[in-house]
Design a protein around this ligand. Sequence first.
Ligand code: G
Ligand code: MN
Length: 404
Amino acid sequence: MAKILVIEDEASVRENILDLLEAESFETLAAANGKIGLDLAVSEVPDLILCDLMMPNIDGYEVLKKLNLQANTATIPFIFLTARTAKADVRTGMDLGADDYLTKPFTRSELLSAIKSRLEKQKNNIKYTSNNQKKSDSFLPELQILKSCLLRTLAHRKLREFQAHYQPIVDTSSGLIVGAESLVRWQSSELGLISPGELIPLAESTGLIIPIGEWLIHNVCNQTKIWQDAGYKNFYATINISVNQLIQPDFVSKLLKSLVENDLHPSSLELEVTERMIGQDMNTAINRMQELRSHGLKLSIDDFGTGRCSLLHLKQLPIDTLKIDHYFIHNIDKDRQKSVITKGIVEMAHNLNLQVVAEGVETKAELNIVRALKFDKTQGYLLSHPLPVTEFEELLLTNVRLIA
Ligand code: G
Ligand code: MN
């Protein structure tokens, strides 16, 4: 059956079209933005592309222009989906070489008939070159294999392959679990377990961080609510957010939607951002953070101390928590300079009314210093590695004290 790529940034519209196509037994590929769409068009060479015109960053015109530049994608039938009825817009699209356009909202039969006639035409096209793209993956460099595999996974909506793991965040004085940092894991059916260290940079560079991030946020909201309902009312989860996510125009609204859908209070989520990412576009980042905080979400600076965030900047940042990077904790018991600097950071943070979390505590000796320096919360392999849901739940539900 024909393979159809749907490039549409609006999730509800995209899902509707995909459902409709799948009901007609088409094989489908889904892309949430132009960049993912282009990557998929190149790696999967679909039989037809349905593409939204108005999308942030790379819009439908841009997608079509780029497809036209490559021999193997230039001949794929291309149908614009547009909410615009202005003749000039349609004209621009057709001039670029689009085969057809559909004005939203369109009916099921309009969509199917446009698809059918394009596919027929393509079949009869003598110039049609069966371009067998899927040359053996073994010729591709490793990163390319990983990338096309990730694209395929998302395009086929095989989100089962992603999992959130949870690392306990422990109250340093009581030793009890008060929250957890969520960390995404990809258990690829093709490649096995992919570490976050490999997944995240790849997801960032391809734009796939957006759909993965949305999936994670939704999943974490859902799970957090389950644990709160099980009696851990003040339990909170943290989510690492990348700058690409933070600057999406609809980031805040989508996040709030996930909270509402799961009936979760905004203060049950803490978003972790890094100094480095705030540095990239300070004003936009701070505005966005302020907006999030005005809705009651918590914010923390992750890996604090490794970026270039001056201590003076901290005063301006709309945050609740500082997470002190592993680097400061590692061997803190053996390195007097480290402990002196760290002591100063903790005191300063407390004076600014911030909570302070020690990350990456691996030994008892490090933990002893962390307690002496009055870190509010502690994370690290000494207490627990990040765990899959069921294992984390076992720890949580037994009220285990991870610090004796
Ligand atoms: O940058 P961020 O702090 O979000 O990094 C979280 C990463 O740190 C996760 O991949 C997690 O597995 C890892 N991590 C958690 N605890 C420890 C620890 O005690 N030691 C080390 N080396 N890594 C840790
Ligand atoms: Mn983190």
